[in-house]
Design a protein around this ligand. Structure first.
Ligand SMILES: [Zn+2]
Length: 307
């Protein structure tokens, strides 16, 4: 049986100065709900955390969450609460993390690293980004809205204030329950705090409207560019090699474009982007999707401008 762990974090940040490069946000609250496969609540977790680094509550956080520094004085530190949280998460079943947006798993891992705890994972972590799923559900993929917007849109009763971890989890669960479908749950995201470590761990997934490849991490850009599988385009529908119309060229800083044609499925655009990983290395992503004739003309124009 699959289990879902829907979680949310509240954090504090530095004032005008004193931001720690490795941890811009210090977690001060963890809220979570565990659901079974039918999305029935099994248990919940809610704890405040006494911070160690940012000891003045940033006015933004104060206004948003209404957590005051004095509320945290007698709470446990991050190591204790996070360890309890991770123990609470443990089950014999397959678990899937769910969050509103793409930040929480990354910030959680930054806090874990900062406080010298054992890492959550050594590679990518698959999760469901409910905010992203909501945008797909509304047929506006990529159009990210606030949790409150989604709650209003779906006529969910607003029984609790927003921006406290467990309350936001409660609303995220309610949104998830209403929009969820087997097709939507296939739209898995990956937290890439740790990119794939080896060729075997690299990600290549075919969705119904695009495919995504994530390379392993490399020490330097030149090595990341020499990785031949990065430039190896296939059609996201039939997975066959398409005919290359415009071979890879630099579209903009750190991104490369390629235009192809699948005899069966038409025009395809691939885009490669290079990204810095948290451990200082470089990894790359490649997305391939369909384009219209007009889009293709724009890519031709871009190509001509470059050459
Ligand atoms: Zn095809």
């Amino acid at each position: 049986m699959k289990k879902y762990i829907v979680f949310d974090l509240e954090w504090n940040q530095a004032g005008k100065s004193g931001e720690l490069k490795d941890m811009p946000f210090e977690i001060i609250e963890i809220g979570a709900v565990m659901l079974d496969e039918e999305k029935t609540e099994l248990s919940s977790f809610s704890r405040l955390i006494k911070p160690k680094e940012y000891l003045v509550m940033h006015h933004m956080n104060q206004e948003i969450s209404h957590i005051r520094m004095e509320d945290l004085t007698f709470e446990d530190d991050f190591q204790t609460v996070c360890e309890d949280f991770l123990n609470w998460c443990k089950t014999d079943d397959e678990t899937v993390f769910c969050t509103w947006g793409s930040m929480d798993l990354t910030e959680l891992q930054k806090n874990i690293r900062h406080f010298n705890m054992p890492p959550l994972a050594d590679g990518p972590i698959p999760y469901l980004d409910i905010q992203k799923l909501f945008s797909i559900f509304k047929h506006e993929p990529g159009h990210r809205v606030s949790l409150e917007f989604a709650v209003n849109d779906l006529d969910i009763e607003k029984k609790r204030p927003f921006h406290r971890a467990l309350n936001d989890v409660y609303y995220t669960v309610e949104v998830f329950k209403r929009i969820s479908s087997a097709a939507l749950e296939k739209k898995i995201s990956f937290d890439l705090f740790n990119p794939p470590k080896s060729k075997e761990e690299e990600i290549l997934i075919f969705f119904d409207t695009y495919s995504k490849y994530v390379s392993r991490g490399f020490a330097i850009m030149e090595e990341a560019k020499r990785n031949s599988s990065l430039w190896d385009v296939s059609c996201y529908i039939c997975r066959k090699k398409p005919k290359v119309l415009l071979n890879w060229f630099e579209g903009s800083a750190k991104s490369y474009l390629c235009l192809c044609n699948c005899p069966e499925h038409g025009l395809l655009r691939s885009i490669v982007r290079f990204k810095k990983s948290e451990n200082g290395g470089i990894y790359a992503t490649r997305i391939t999707h369909s384009v219209s004739d007009d889009d293709a003309s724009l890519i031709y124009a871009k190509y001509e401008k470059k050459s």
